[in-house]
Design a protein around this ligand. Structure first.
Ligand code: DHB
Ligand code: FE
Length: 284
C-alpha cells in the first residue's frame, strides 16, 4: 500500500529560481534562506520517496481568471514548465504518475471533493521552485521523484476556507493510502508565508502571524481553521492566502507528526519564507 512519510513546506518565490540558476547559495542575502534546506535533503536522502504530491497554487499560467478551478489535480504523464515572464530559466518537463493521479481523483470525488482533473497542466514557479529546492539539481538529481501537481485557487475570490483546505488534505490522505502499490509518498505544501505584492500594503510581512502558523500547524491545525478568509488576508497579506496549501498538506499527514526541522527568514524578495519538515507517525 502507498505510505505517506511526511510533509515539506517552502515558499516558492520566483527570485529563488534565479538565485539557484546563478548558484548564489553563499551570497549573504540568500545564505540564511538556503541554509534552511540541508536538513530536508538529509531526510530525503534517507527516505527517498517515490512520488511527491506537490500542492501549490497556480498564478495564471495553467488557469486564468476566465476559468478558475477551486481544486485541480494533474492527471498527466508529464508536466511542462512554461515561461511566465519572471525571467527564470525554463525547466524540462516533470515526470508524473498518471495511474496514481487517477486513483487520487477517483478517491477525492468519492469523498465529495468535486475537483478538476487536468490531463494537461503547465506548471509555474509555485511547482518548479520547490522541486528545485528539495531535490538539488532537479532533473539532474536521480532521486527526484515523480510528481503530481494539485493546485488550489488563491488568485480569484472566493478562495477556499482554511477548514476546507484541511479537510481536502484529510480526504487526500485516504485517497493515497488506498493505492495498492508499495510506494513512499511525500506531500509538499508550497507558497506563503505572509506577503502582499501589490496595492497599498505592498511589501507587507507579518512575522508574528507566520510564527504562530508555523507553531500551530504542527499539533493543532484545527485551531487555524477558525481564521476566516478575511482575517487571513488581513494578517498574512493578499498573497499570504497561499497558506491554504500548507493546510492541505497538513491534513494529509494524519493526527500526529514530528516537526524535525523549521527555518524562517525575512524578507526573501517580498515574502516571509518558511520551511518545515514534518514526519508522519511510524516513520523512522
Ligand atoms: C513573490 C512571492 C510569491 O509567492 C510569488 O508567487 C511571486 C513573487 C515575491 O516575494 O517576490
Ligand atoms: Fe506565490
Amino acid at each position: 500500500m502507498a505510505k505517506i512519510i511526511g510533509g515539506l513546506t517552502t515558499s516558492h518565490i520566483p527570485a529563488v529560481g534565479n538565485a539557484i540558476a546563478n548558484e548564489m547559495y553563499d551570497d549573504p542575502y540568500w545564505k540564511p534562506f538556503f541554509d534552511g534546506y540541508p536538513p530536508v535533503w538529509e531526510w530525503l536522502d534517507k527516505h527517498k520517496p517515490d512520488v511527491a504530491i506537490n500542492i501549490y497554487n497556480d498564478h495564471g499560467l495553467g488557469f486564468f481568471l476566465d476559468k478558475m478551478p477551486t481544486f485541480a489535480i494533474g492527471a498527466a504523464h508529464e508536466y511542462v514548465n512554461e515561461d511566465e515572464g519572471w525571467g527564470i530559466p525554463q525547466l524540462p518537463p516533470f515526470p508524473g504518475d498518471a495511474k496514481l493521479s487517477w486513483h487520487i481523483i477517483e478517491g477525492m470525488v468519492a469523498r465529495e471533493f468535486d475537483i478538476t482533473s487536468c490531463q494537461e497542466l503547465p506548471v509555474d514557479h509555485g511547482f518548479t521552485v520547490p522541486m528545485q529546492l528539495f531535490w538539488r539539481g532537479a532533473h539532474a538529481n536521480p532521486d527526484m521523484p515523480r510528481a503530481i501537481p494539485i493546485s488550489a485557487n488563491t488568485v480569484q475570490h472566493p478562495i477556499p476556507t482554511l477548514k476546507r483546505a484541511l479537510d481536502f488534505g484529510k480526504a487526500l490522505r485516504k485517497s493515497i493510502e488506498s493505492y495498492p502499490e508499495d510506494i513512499k509518498v511525500v506531500i509538499l505544501g508550497t507558497g506563503g508565508l505572509s506577503h502582499q505584492l501589490d496595492g497599498e500594503r505592498a511589501g507587507f510581512i507579518n512575522r508574528e502571524f507566520d510564527t504562530y502558523c508555523m507553531e500551530k500547524i504542527i499539533d493543532d491545525p484545527e485551531e487555524l481553521t477558525k481564521i476566516t478568509r478575511m482575517e487571513l488576508v488581513e494578517k498574512a497579506g493578499a498573497q499570504g492566502t497561499e497558506f491554504l496549501m500548507w493546510m492541505m498538506m497538513r491534513g494529509a499527514l494524519g493526527d500526529n507528526v514530528k516537526a524535525l526541522h523549521k527555518n524562517y527568514h525575512i524578507p526573501i524578495s517580498n515574502t516571509g519564507a518558511g520551511t518545515m519538515l514534518l514526519e508522519c507517525e511510524g516513520v523512522d
